[in-house]
Design a protein around this ligand. Sequence first.
Ligand SMILES: Nc1ncnc2c1ncn2[C@@H]1O[C@H](COP(=O)(O)OP(=O)(O)OP(=O)(O)O)[C@@H](O)[C@H]1O
Ligand SMILES: [Mg+2]
Length: 246
Amino acid sequence: MAEKQNYEKIVIVAFGGPSSSGKTTSAKAVNALIKNSRLVHLDDFYYPDHDIPIDPTTNLPNWDCPEAINFPRFTQYIKDIRDGKNLDEVIDTMEPDTDLKLSETDEELLLKEIAHNIPNLDKSLLVLVDGFMLFHDPEIIQLFDVRLFFHASYKTLKQRREARKGYNTVEGFWVDPPNYFEDMVWPAYEISHKYLFENNDVNGRLKQSYRNDLRIREIRNETGYHLYTLVKWSLEAIYSQFQECR
Ligand SMILES: Nc1ncnc2c1ncn2[C@@H]1O[C@H](COP(=O)(O)OP(=O)(O)OP(=O)(O)O)[C@@H](O)[C@H]1O
Ligand SMILES: [Mg+2]
């Protein structure tokens, strides 16, 4: 049985940012690399399909707003992990396997780097939390020790989202209807995240105060970026915060 006293530290890492920015792909790649890590997907905390808010303009379910997620349950789950309470309670996930994976050579290189930077990592538990609404609320941001903000341009995100088959939901499978990205996904992201950005412009940079005080690390994942680079950047943020974590 996993217990808090088995670990020197429990480090909780947020992989946040808009839909199709590469959060799940990167979090799963880090999880595959690090034995003492576990994954938590915010998508496993969606309300049942019939409770997803209906957008009054399009009359479509809005899967991309914070109200679609059971945040009280999610917040309690993360707090319990922090307190070492439900370390054995692994959620049966709805997330499918990822398309992109690290090569064996990349894994070997990264493992060497991890061993060099955090030699005592195997005494800690790394909790990798993947979700599109981890940074919309400053109180939620406080749940995490390391804060990775994945991002890409509107064009890249739209292309990736539209290339996807769909999403498993609590009660079925959701396929975006035409124009769902521009009508629903992007506006819901923009409304909930603009407060973090200079001039409220989600295409620009995060406000300096959020980068410095909340130590949010931006990870741009544009077309052509390799998974190796994304994982390397994620790990670098983990190295720089690790010693400070309780
Ligand atoms: N750098 C990249 N190069 C090529 N394809 C990529 C890259 N990053 C992500 N993708 C692809 O984009 C799609 C979305 O990636 P992923 O599932 O990781 O996004 P996400 O941030 O978890 O999105 P969501 O919030 O909707 O779950 C996947 O099909 C993935 O393979
Ligand atoms: Mg995902």
